[in-house]
Write a protein that binds this ligand. Structure first.
Ligand SMILES: [Zn+2]
Length: 556
């Protein structure tokens, strides 16, 4: 080959490389110098362009929203896997990344699109170890309800126009994981959790306002009811390692999610709530790993996309490097949970009420504030930021422990009339059985007089409060009654959903109709309804010894 020909070939090669590089699409945020964020249609266009350009992804939709928009689910894999069974057979770890559940908090969506593009290029190696599921725009109805950022997201630092928190049914999707009323929740339970069973989930948010010195804050699953192994691995191994990596490699300070009650005189750094209504806590109850990511709302949009991106990349690097360990911890959690439910291992006492727990006094960086001399509508002094930071040493209340606990029962019974609850449990992937003959045994019941309805409404529900004073008594459960065993890998989730005194389905009113009660002036028993003396959910001391039929699919 002549030098000229070689140079020509080299030039052609370089030109083709440049052309190939140019075919990868850019995001709306990148094209607008981080002045704008993508609409759902623009997310779809980006994903289609990426796929057409040869990225190792398949784009589908896990369902439709209330307004009929697609809920994009991207599977990044190399070689391609098209089903959860193929993913399992490949031996790769399945990771699920979710953006935009609160649709004004938009940097997760933009960062995920960039990560997907990088998985086609420089970070393709990650797909040797991982199958990566991505829902970049988990709340399309909220996303497309664009309004000024000041209106939809308070003092979040851009972009100018963002969507709203709630979905098309006006539900907060990050309170919906138990009751699963939103089409987005139902779709993800069915098409992601109960099928792909991701080993690790990451939920991307933006903080709500406390002025601190971290570009991003994070949390592991916080409900101590969940199997301990996976949660403690995230809490004690993975997150501290990620914090060090983000600092060392990117000079990005990150720390546990929290807020201070009084920013001028901070007493403690307090995380949010342990309830499984929240996605990350919910995944912990399933015995899987999960991470909450909250980019700092006062950092500008470009910085928030960058730090969220960097955090995601390092989470993926960590998961790829520890894939075997993660899988082993989760298998052990499944095994242990099923043994406890069966009574073959000691049945644990599990929380129904919680109190914050401190990890110890830690140095925490806060922005210094000065009083404006003004007061808020509630009479509290107003402050303004100074741009200066200080380190305070205060208790880091970044976890929860039980303040009231109950022993895990062998399972729960509820009547044939609550078939809708059986369907909901099935949607969660929980095994539900029906008695084919009556079963008489000593069970634990709660008197109906122990039940009150809270006066205020939350997410369209008057929440139910149960003060459980259990009575052990002989009862006959008729044929057709449902039994849900805790001797299954999701046994801890069964407790969280069905323990009457907890924060599960009783509290959300799933059994209200069977209670026959009416809220308000006519509180008490209603004409025409049965005379209910006991809560229709009871605790089993042992599994029934009569024939039972396991529910499969949509069967009831
Ligand atoms: Zn949020």
């Amino acid at each position: 080959m002549t030098p000229l020909a070689r140079n020509t070939l080299l030039l052609l090669f370089l030109a083709s490389r440049v052309a190939a590089a140019q075919t990868w699409p850019t995001t709306v945020a990148e094209r607008t110098n981080f002045d704008s964020t993508s609409s759902t249609a623009q997310v779809g266009l980006f994903l289609d362009s990426l796929q057409l350009a040869g990225a190792p992804i398949s784009v589908s939709s896990m369902g439709r929203t209330a307004l009929g928009k697609p809920l994009y689910l991207v599977v990044a894999s190399d070689p391609a896997v098209t089903s959860p069974a193929e993913a399992a057979a490949s031996g790769k770890l399945v990771v699920y990344l979710q953006g935009n559940i609160h649709a004004g908090e938009v940097e997760g969506k933009e960062a995920l699109l960039i990560v997907l593009r990088e998985l086609a290029g420089a970070r393709r190696d990650l797909l040797q170890k991982l199958v990566i599921l991505v829902a970049p725009d988990y709340n399309p109805d909220g996303n497309d309800a664009f309004g000024p950022v000041a209106q939809n997201r308070g003092d979040q630092n851009g972009p100018a126009m963002v969507g709203q928190r709630a979905d098309g049914l006006n539900l907060d999707l990050n309170r919906d994981y138990f009751k699963a009323e939103a089409p987005e929740t139902r779709a993800s339970l069915q098409r992601v959790y109960a099928t792909w069973d991701p080993a690790l989930m990451v939920d991307l948010h933006t903080t709500d306002g406390t002025r601190h010195g971290y570009l991003l804050t994070y949390a592991p699953p916080l409900d101590p009811v969940g199997p301990r192994g996976p949660t403690l691995f995230v809490q004690d191994q993975m997150l501290p390692a990620l914090r060090t990596t983000l600092q060392d490699r990117y000079h990005e300070p990150i720390y546990d999610y929290g807020n201070v009650e009084d920013p001028v005189n901070p007493k403690s750094w307090d995380t949010y709530a342990p309830l499984g209504w929240y996605g990350v806590n919910y995944v912990g109850l399933r015995g899987r790993m999960a991470i909450l990511s909250e980019a700092y709302s006062h950092a500008d949009f470009r910085t928030r996309v960058q730090v969220t991106h960097d955090f995601l990349v390092e989470i993926l690097n960590y998961a790829a490097a520890h894939a075997d360990e993660i899988r082993q911890i989760e298998r052990e959690a499944d095994r242990q949970t099923a043994l406890e439910g069966a009574g073959a291992a000691p049945r644990p006492d599990l929380a129904v009420q919680y109190k914050p727990a401190s990890r110890g006094v830690e140095p925490i960086v806060l922005e210094m504030l000065r009083a404006t001399g003004d007061t808020s509508a509630r009479g509290r002094p107003r402050y303004e930021p100074t741009g200066q930071y200080r380190t305070v040493r205060i208790p880091a209340n970044v976890m929860f422990t039980d303040s009231v606990s109950r022993p895990l029962p062998a399972g729960y019974f509820f009547p044939a009339g609550a078939a809708d609850v059986a369907s909901l449990l099935r949607l969660h992937g929980i095994q539900v059985e029906r008695l084919e003959a009556p079963w008489t045994d000593t069970i634990e019941t709660v008197a109906a007089s122990q039940i009150t309805w809270l006066p205020h409404e939350f997410q369209g529900h008057q929440l139910v409060q149960v003060t459980a004073i259990y009575v052990r008594a002989a009862r006959t459960l008729p044929a057709g009654s449902f039994f849900v065993t805790t001797a299954q890998p999701l046994g801890r989730l069964v407790f969280a959903l069905l323990e009457p005194e907890g924060w599960g389905l009783v509290r959300w009113g799933a059994f209200d109709r069977l209670l026959g009660s009416e809220f308000g002036a006519y509180s008490g028993l209603v004409y025409g309804s049965g005379n209910v003396r006991e809560l229709p959910v009871s605790r089993a001391i042992r599994a029934p010894k009569v024939p039972m039929r396991s529910l499969v699919g949509g069967q009831q």
